[in-house]
Design a protein around this ligand. Sequence first.
Ligand SMILES: *Cc1c(COP(=O)(O)O)cnc(C)c1O
Length: 269
Amino acid sequence: MEDERFYPYNLQVYIKRDDLIHSIITGNKWRKLREYLLIAQKENINTIISFGGAFSNHIYALAYACKELKINLHLIIRGDELSINSNPYLSQIHQWGANLYFISRQDYKEKHIPFDYDSASTLVIPEGGFSPIGVSSMAELSKEIDEDYHHILVSVGTGTTLIGLAMHLPNSLIHGILSLSNKNEIEENCKLFNKQFENILLHDQFIEKKYGKKNTELEKFCIDFFLKYNIPIEPIYTGLLFHSFFELVKQNVFANNSKILLIHTGGIK
Ligand SMILES: *Cc1c(COP(=O)(O)O)cnc(C)c1O
C-alpha cells in the first residue's frame, strides 16, 4: 500500500485481503468458522446452535455455510421485538433454512437456549465464534503471514482474531482496534488463555463516542479510501481500522522503517 503519509517514516505497509475469501462468508468469519465446521464434519454433528444480534456478520456467514453443508441451524437472536422481516439479513438467513428464535435482551444475556437438543449431535458455537476453537482456527491465517512484520493491526469485536494472531505470531506486536466499548471483556478473553500477551496492544481511543449517530467523517473516509485504493471498507470495523491506522502514523507510533500489516477482516455484505 502506497501513501505519501508513510514517506517521512519510510513505512512499508501491506494489506491482507481476507475480504476476498468469499462473497458471503467473508474475512474472519470464515477463518473462525473453519475449525468449528471441520469438527462438525468429523464428529457427525447434524445441528449447530449459535447466537447473535440482528445485524451480526457471524450468523449471516454461519447460515450460508450450514445451508451449503446441509447442517440444521438454530439461531438465537437478541431482541424479542424482532421478526424474520425486521431486516434483509434476517430474511435471507431464514430463506437459507435457519430456524430463528427471538428472545428478550435479558434472556439473551444469559445465553439461554429455549429448546431441548441432543448434545451428542449438536455443536453450540458461542456468540461471535469466541472460544478456544475459534482462536485456534486462526492458525491458518497466521501461517499465511510472514514472520517479519513488526506490527499487525486488526479490528476487534470479540477478540478471537486478535488473540489467535497473538498466539501464533509471537514476534509481531498485534494492535487491536476496538469498535465497541468492551475493553474489559477483551482483556478477560485474553486472560482465559492464561497468557499475559506481551505482544497485544489494545486501542480503545478510536471507539465512536456518538454511538448510534452517523459519523460522517468516517463515512467520507471509507468512500475516499475506496476511490483511492479500490478496496471497499465499512465504518464499523475495517473503516475504523484504516482510519485509526493513519491517526497512529500521524502520532508517530511506528518506528522508522517498520514493516506493517493491516488485516482486512471483510464485513461487506
Ligand atoms: C466480526 C468482525 C470482526 C470482529 O472479529 P473478532 O474476531 O470477533 O474480534 C472484525 N471485522 C469484521 C469485518 C467482522 O465482521
